[in-house]
Ligand binder design. Structure first.
Ligand SMILES: C[S@@+](CC[C@H](N)C(=O)[O-])C[C@H]1O[C@@H](n2cnc3c(N)ncnc32)[C@H](O)[C@@H]1O
Length: 439
């Protein structure tokens, strides 16, 4: 006999479903999840549990605790070519799948069946008969295309590889105490027995090929997020053109640049290139566009950016060790930089630029995800703990405000989100600068 909660939820679902359900898909999903949770709870019985009998909640607990197994199965499926779309036929047996994959390598049907049986528990593929499976919306969403080019699949694959180190988190926290990772070695440094941070480590690995692969992924991720947002990025909201026009009006000579834009930690220059291209060419030609990154990164930027005709100047700069070399620029962009670092490192990074900012005209544009204080998405919260392995974190607006204040800055404006990015426009906080001088 269904209990009151289940009956109430069923009637709510009935109500939603009979009213233009397409508009209410989200509330239908939320209520359906509550219904599943209520049914699982009703199925749960402590006595059954102590006898080791199966029920829905115990199954769910197993899936949760053993989720590294699902993850390992997904990575294996990506690697052997099983998690690609489309399959040659919509419904395939493990034997057929193994034969299809075999031209690439020797694939055992027994192994394929075992991997698929785990994946279908998570809704990744569906088991429709003994050793017979088909794609589901979720497996399709996670799939690489045959040529490996699907952005979502690539991102998932990259993240899946990246999170492997997170398995060391419990041991790391036992060793260092349950404090938010910061000035202690990061999980990455501790488990790799290195003093180098992630980027320096990648720069030194296999002749820098890991860092080069990382930068290419950043370019792909930028293009993918831009195309998902209809060709826009969060930075496009900033009135760059008006700023450039005003600077040109103020400039008293046409020989020197009228304005300067610096992309700090700009990788392969994809963001700066897009920004420059967004300006009419007569305005762009009056600006100085400086791409800063580690020397190891700039040594491999694509020819189209390295070429002087790109209008982009390359400036090697280590933001943890050096003072910002470009003094008094109009805009310093920090896109996806600070989320990689703990608070005291962020303060070092920001202060080395704050020192050279013009009080009257320089701004910092921080392009980052602003984590909602409540109800953050799965993506945001999972990435937050993934970033923890390198010492970074996703921050709420309150945390961003406190962080920048720590470096003598204040948030002058928060631009609306485009995709998952927001632009925080930062200016030097005269009050704290006066305070610093007074000391
Ligand atoms: C997450 S990526 C962001 C790249 C780019 N801003 C974007 O939005 O795609 C972080 C960048 O910081 C750079 N970086 C890391 N450590 C650095 C350091 N000490 N000094 C300067 N750049 C650094 C990396 O090389 C990389 O380009």
């Amino acid at each position: 006999m269904a209990d009151d909660t289940v009956l109430a939820l069923l009637s709510e679902i009935n109500g939603i479903a009979s009213n233009a359900w397409k508009d209410q898909r989200q509330s239908l999903l939320t209520t359906t999840r509550s219904l599943v949770a209520a049914l699982e709870a009703e199925d749960f019985d402590d006595q059954q549990q102590s006898k080791g009998e199966d029920n829905a909640l115990t199954d769910k607990a197993w899936m949760f605790c053993m989720s590294p197994v699902g993850h390992a199965a997904a990575i294996s499926a990506w690697q052997c070519g099983l998690l690609v779309k489309p399959w040659p036929r919509p419904v395939m047996t493990a034997t057929e799948l193994a034969a299809w994959l075999s031209p690439k390598q020797t694939v055992d049907p027994l192994l394929i069946g075992r991997l698929l049986r785990v994946l279908q528990l998570y809704g990744v593929f569906e088991e429709i008969a003994e050793d017979t499976f088909r794609h589901t919306p979720l497996s399709t969403r996670l799939s690489l295309t045959q040529d490996g080019s699907a952005a979502i699949g690539k991102t998932c694959h990259r993240l899946a590889m990246g999170v492997r180190g997170i398995n060391g988190l419990p041991a790391y926290l036992t060793t260092f105490g349950y404090i938010n990772p910061g000035d202690t070695p990061s999980l990455f440094q501790w488990s790799n027995r290195t003093e180098l941070d992630l980027f320096r480590h990648m720069a030194g690995e296999s002749g820098g090929s890991q860092l080069a692969a990382f930068h290419k992924t950043m370019v792909t991720a930028f293009e993918a997020s831009r195309s998902a947002a209809g060709g826009r990025t969060a930075l496009d909201q900033f009135p760059l053109q008006a700023m450039a026009e005003a600077a040109i009006t103020r400039a008293n000579t046409i020989n020197s640049p009228a304005f300067t834009i610096v992309d700090v930690g700009g990788g392969y220059g994809h963001v700066l290139t897009a920004l420059r291209a967004s300006l009419p060419s007569d305005l762009a030609s009056r600006g100085r566009f400086v791409l800063e990154d580690l020397a190891e990164s700039l040594g491999n930027v694509p020819e189209s950016v390295a070429d002087k005709r790109s209008g982009i100047e390359l400036q090697p700069y280590d933001f943890l060790a050096e003072t910002q070399p470009i003094v008094g620029a109009d805009v310093y962009i920090f896109r996806h930089i600070l989320h990689d670092w703990f608070d005291t490192a962020c303060r070092t990074i920001l202060q080395s630029t704050v020192q050279v900012m013009s009080l009257a005209s320089s701004k910092i544009l921080l392009v980052e995800e602003v984590m909602p204080a409540v109800g953050a998405s799965a993506w945001t919260t999972l990435i937050d703990v993934n970033l923890m392995s390198y010492g970074g974190m996703n921050r709420t607006l309150r945390q961003w405000e406190a962080l920048v204040a720590f470096a003598g800055l204040r948030v002058a404006k928060v631009w609306p989100a485009v995709g998952s990015d927001q632009v925080l426009e930062l200016v030097t906080d005269e009050r704290s600068l006066t305070g610093m001088t007074a000391k």
